[in-house]
Design a protein around this ligand. Structure first.
Ligand code: SF4
Ligand code: SF4
Length: 167
């Protein structure tokens, strides 16, 4: 399934939340954002190497749908709803064959997504195993897992809330 499908699925997931759930999701997303900021700060010397070297080969000749998930889009749309139209415009360029990432602005970059509002795999992936940022990568991954669990267990939470006698 492609990114257009993931985008619609993400939008639907966000739209289905009630007020309390939206606040809970916002808290998780703020934690992901903070974890991404910490990782980017600690990884600054590695990223300098990226800029001086290949300047983003990992954003080229890819299938974006293999990298970016609906959970990433839930995170990004929650934190930056103002870029939804721009994201939708990029999705119109989604194709079947590998290409430069559709989210590279003007086809060359930088990435459309603001700093620390990146898909999980984009922010945690480096060419080599980087032990200096292992802990920070782990925190980003753990916070994305929280986001996924939040949606997976949502029906159960709603059911137990509904069954509570004072509901
Ligand atoms: S992670 Fe590797 S491929 Fe990606 S920008 Fe850095 S050096 Fe280039
Ligand atoms: S979303 Fe951004 S960082 Fe990720 S592959 Fe596309 S251009 Fe690169």
């Amino acid at each position: 399934m492609g990114l257009n499908y993931s985008f619609k699925a993400a939008r639907k997931k966000i739209d289905s939340l009630n007020t309390g759930e939206r606040e809970a999701l916002a808290t998780i997303c703020r934690d992901i954002h903070q974890a991404q900021q910490v990782l980017s700060h600690k990884a600054a010397p590695i990223l300098e190497g990226c800029m001086a070297g290949c300047r983003g080969l990992c954003c080229r000749n890819i299938h974006p749908a293999d990298i970016i998930t609906e959970w990433d889009l839930v995170y990004i749309l929650t934190m930056a709803p103002e870029i939804e139209d721009a994201v939708a415009a990029c999705l119109a360029r989604e194709g079947f064959f590998p290409s430069d990432c559709i989210f590279l602005e003007n086809g060359t970059g930088p990435c459309l997504f603001p700093d620390s509002l990146r898909p999980e795999r984009c922010i945690i992936s480096f060419c080599r195993v980087e032990s200096s940022v292992e802990k920070e990568i782990g925190r980003v991954m753990a916070d994305f897992s929280r986001l996924i669990r939040f949606f997976i267990f949502r029906p159960l939470r709603r059911l137990t809330g509904w069954l509570r006698p004072n509901h």
